[in-house]
Write a protein that binds this ligand. Structure first.
Ligand code: NAD
Length: 430
């Protein structure tokens, strides 16, 4: 056994399943000294004999090579492995859907065992949670257990796919490390220096939820393609060809476009065409729940925005942006108009500012703008800012405008980027 003062450089991987075996084998392959631990004796014996306990392409020779070279030691004894390690990577199976779920107790017990090893002077390093765990697990469950121990804690979710796990590990599409301090993050980032892929550093909760977000996005894409394929088949259209062409647009379709939390969608086309495709499916007797849910998802998102503005408790609300998106004077089906009308219905006075509409009004007087908009429209930013008690942004404002808005000292609800840290859902800059 080693004292806390002695610096160990090995890595303990707990859980020799599909993730743990690939992690242990590939880290050993890239030169690390790895200890693999599992509560299942048969799995330990299998790895100790140089065989992964399941089939995975390319993994067998890696495990065999690592064991023969003495780079990977499969062990039933967690404390022995920890005594040789500065990093412990937790790769056990976890099915808990929420932080409060009793299924997370297995993880809690394991962290307690590591903590005990620390108290006994056996381990003094960083605990890395590689298993997929509900957002908040590290913050709410594990961090409080480690308080005052001095042990590091990081989240390092795995994104590999069974069948191509080894390739995915060695050539990762993304490496995410969540942690609170550089001392906790660096030992994990250092494990991947040979991968030639930058490490994305985030907070613990972000790291945890990014894993779920990626998997759910994959699931969403599969269901979208399948529902569209079913619709195409019913219409005697080649769905493969349709999706091939859709994918070939890497500017708007298979791209970062539209993938930011923000305000509800609207405008002339998106609502109309979403409804049309659903009517088409209905006429064919097709039940396509994903496509059918899009409009109600958008409506609920807008309702939450309206509730968030209401909860500000202010009388005169300044809404920035009335057209359905920035840079256009088109406010057909604009969700901002729905917001304005509903705030009015709830007894609030609403004053609008929209730089595009103001410019159109000044420069192109022949362009008709609805009285319902003109009646509430401020002619300039300063006039608007002096007549309102709070601001709801439905569009991103240019930097100079945003600076003046911030300088007003008014409460701001940023509906255009609702991922800002905030009470409830939206960003409130008090
Ligand atoms: N399988 C995938 O493709 C994949 C991809 C990314 C992330 N993940 C996540 O990685 C985690 C592991 O998944 P997996 O597919 O490797 O699971 P798995 O069931 O194949 O392996 C888990 C291993 O952990 C061992 N184990 C459980 N509790 C233990 C404990 N207290 N001490 C020691 N060993 C223990 C089990 O005996 C088992 O061998 C899960 O959270 C999963 O969601 C899986």
């Amino acid at each position: 056994m080693h004292s806390n003062e002695e610096m160990q450089s090995g890595i303990t991987v707990i859980g020799l399943g599909r993730i743990g075996c690939v992690t242990a084998g590939c880290l050993a392959e890239t030169g690390h000294q790895v200890w693999g631990v599992d509560s299942n004796a048969a799995r330990v014996a299998s790895v100790a004999a140089g065989h992964p306990p399941f089939h995975e392409n390319l993994l067998q020779p890696i495990i065999e090579r690592a064991v023969k070279a003495g780079k990977l030691t499969a062990a039933g004894d967690l404390r022995l492995a920890l005594s040789q390690s500065s990093v412990v990577m937790v790769c056990i199976n976890t099915e808990a859907p929420s932080v409060n779920d009793p299924a997370l107790q297995g993880l809690v017990h394991l962290v307690n065992d590591i903590l005990q090893a620390h108290r006994d002077g056996i381990f003094n390093g960083t605990i890395v949670i590689r298993s997929t765990v509900p957002p908040g697990t590290c913050d709410q469950l594990i961090r409080p257990m480690l308080r005052s121990s001095g042990l590091g804690l990081a989240s390092n979710p795995e994104f590999l796919r069974e069948g191509s796990s080894v390739k995915d590990f060695m050539e990762p599409s993304i490496i995410v490390v969540g942690g609170e301090t550089p001392e906790h993050i660096q030992p994990v980032a250092d494990l991947y220096t040979s991968m030639g892929c930058g490490v994305t550093v985030v907070g613990l909760r972000e790291a945890e939820i990014i894993k779920y977000a990626c998997n759910v996005f994959h699931a969403l894409k599969i269901c979208f393609a399948n529902e569209l394929g079913d619709l195409c088949s019913a219409l005697q259209i080649d769905g493969q060809r349709v999706m091939e062409v859709l994918r070939s647009d890497t500017k708007l379709n298979a791209s970062a476009a539209y993938l930011r939390p923000g305000f509800a969608f609207g405008g002339y086309c998106l609502p109309k065409d979403t409804r049309a495709l659903n009517v088409c499916a209905g006429d064919l007797g097709l039940d396509l729940p994903l496509l059918a849910s899009i409009m109600s998802s958008n409506d609920r998102h807008l309702s939450r925005a309206i509730d968030a503005v209401t909860e500000l408790g202010k009388k005169r609300i300044g809404v920035y942006g009335i057209s359905f998106k920035g840079g256009t004077d088109d406010f057909r089906q604009s969700p901002a108009l729905t917001l304005v009308n509903e705030l009015n219905n709830r007894g609030m006075e609403v004053l609008l500012f929209d730089p595009t509409i103001v410019a159109v009004q000044q420069n192109s007087p022949s362009v008709a703008i609805a009285d319902s908009v003109l009646d509430r429209l401020s002619p300039n930013l300063d006039a608007w800012l002096t007549t309102i008690d709070a601001i709801a942004l439905t569009q991103a404002a240019p930097a100079e405008t945003m600076n003046r808005i911030l300088a007003s000292g008014l409460p701001i609800l940023d509906l255009a980027s609702n991922s800002v840290f905030a009470p409830k859902l939206m960003g409130v800059h008090a």
